[in-house]
Design a protein around this ligand. Structure first.
Ligand SMILES: [Zn+2]
Length: 458
């Protein structure tokens, strides 16, 4: 039986913040309190100066298996997740074959048996993510699938989306939408604006996201269903969210680390690592997203971890697959951008330079560590149906009898992102060489130390 004593840390969860020790025995937390004794055979981890929180839950991970194993596998992706402090990841269905039926769900669950964190397959909304025929959500739900999306694509047809919302509502599962009107986005490789004109690259206007989001808010109202919006990227999208919330609609949303830290100016050197979907937007959008985080409008930070094998990078922008990895840098980028309010270091077109140019730039209030943990843990766990309320074991308070899914991190540690030291099979990080504040030290999954100071231990 695993026995681990977390000594002297500051525990932060949905019940508050307190200084105490946490003893893990077997799969669960056995006791919590001040000065717990370290009996023989117990692994003691010194947590003085560190935060001890519920394990992180990522709503948006591409594990690439089956079909794209050169970029990532369940094994490598969940190791990267553990290194990022995650004890559960929701894996996206745009695999080959797509996760659009019970047999692929079973395959992924089988591949995940010895993974370094819980793997929660997201089912596709439509067959082969083609946007036409509804996928058999019910048979996937019977295997525990609680969240459905055609991610990589939005459901283009409003009538199909309406039926999907009605069906999902009846099944009590979450529909998650990647908002993108393809009639406006096809051919675009970056945000449509001043930089795309300057660089001579085809753009994707903000409206490609906003029009589908507005449509789906209306459809959620019509179907009396709940809906989750993935990777929200524009200022107007946050206003649409606010409006839906004020109306009392059951709407949740996530934001990625890259959309709260990087801008479209990063593409000025034509480096394909900055191509992502939705694209990096302007500094104004970055500020609006940070404001929306501080206002509680964005429920979760989700990585959209999208690994690509190296040979997919050294090609022209219009042939490069969109996406960047993010599991191992999410905490550092979030603390640096939202909590410490240290702008990321100077880089061509980085927000820091825009901020200096504009008094408006530093208007957002910093958020606290407790709020950040809510966005990394409790809230995504609830959206994915992985919390205790839904019979799951993620995101809940650390207390005796609770599952030992725990992350220990140093909120003040500075570190420079070295792609070579990441555990993901891919290297396409936009944060290479950047200094981040906030580092994961230990991740405990179901009572086992699966990540320990730079090493995957499962
Ligand atoms: Zn997406």
């Amino acid at each position: 039986m695993h026995r681990i004593l977390l000594k002297g840390g500051t525990v932060v969860d949905s019940t508050g913040t307190r200084k105490c020790d946490v003893l893990v025995e077997g799969n669960d937390i056995s006791s919590i309190g001040e000065d717990l004794p370290a009996s023989r055979g117990v692994l003691v981890l010194d947590c003085h100066g560190y935060i001890v929180s519920p394990g992180f839950v990522d709503l948006h991970t591409h594990l690439r298996q089956p079909g794209y194993e050169r970029a990532e596998t369940v094994e490598s992706g969940t190791r990267a997740a553990a290194a990022g402090g995650y004890t559960a990841v929701v894996c996206m269905p745009n695999t080959d074959p797509a996760i659009d039926n019970a047999s692929v769900v079973k395959d992924i669950l089988a591949l995940s048996a010895n993974a370094s964190c819980q793997v929660v397959p997201a089912g596709a909304i439509t067959v082969d993510r083609a946007g036409e025929q509804l996928a058999p959500m019910s048979e996937m739900k019977d295997l525990g699938v609680s969240i459905f999306t055609d991610d990589g694509r939005g459901v283009q047809d409003a009538a199909v989306m309406r039926r999907a919302l009605e069906y999902a509502s009846g099944l009590d599962v979450t529909l998650a939408q990647h908002c993108e009107v393809e009639q406006l986005s096809t051919g675009g490789v970056m945000h449509e604006g001043e930089w795309s004109s300057r660089l001579g690259l085809a753009g994707v206007p903000r409206e490609a996201e906003e029009i589908m989001m507005a449509r789906d808010i209306a459809l959620a109202r019509l179907a009396r269903a709940r809906i989750h919006f993935m990777h929200v990227s524009t200022a107007m999208s946050t206003r649409l969210l606010q409006h839906a919330r004020e109306e009392g609609l059951r709407v949740t949303a996530e934001v990625t680390p890259h959309h709260i830290s990087l801008t479209d100016a990063m593409l000025s050197d034509y480096d394909t690592v900055y191509r992502v979907n939705p694209p990096l937007r302007t500094a104004e959008d970055v500020y609006a997203l940070r404001d929306a985080v501080a206002a509680g409008l964005l429920d979760a930070i989700a990585t959209d971890h999208a690994p690509h094998a190296p040979e997919e990078r050294d090609i022209p922008m219009d042939q490069a697959p969109p996406g960047m990895i993010g599991l191992e840098t999410a905490l550092g980028v979030a603390i640096t951008s939202l909590v410490k309010r240290e702008w990321l270091p100077p880089h061509s077109g980085n927000v820091s330079q825009d901020a200096e140019a504009s008094e408006e730039g530093v208007r957002t209030a910093p958020i606290g560590i407790a709020m950040l943990i809510g966005m990394l843990s409790q809230q995504p766990a609830a959206i994915a149906g992985l919390d205790a309320k839904h019979g799951g074991r993620q995101g809940g308070p650390l207390q005796p009898g609770a599952p030992a899914n725990i992350t220990v991190f140093d909120p003040d540690a500075g570190w420079v992102v070295d792609p070579a030291s990441l555990l993901s099979r891919s290297r396409n990080t936009p944060f290479a060489g950047m200094k981040l504040t906030g580092k994961v030290l230990h991740t405990i999954y179901e009572g086992e130390l699966v990540y320990d100071n730079g090493q995957a231990t499962r």
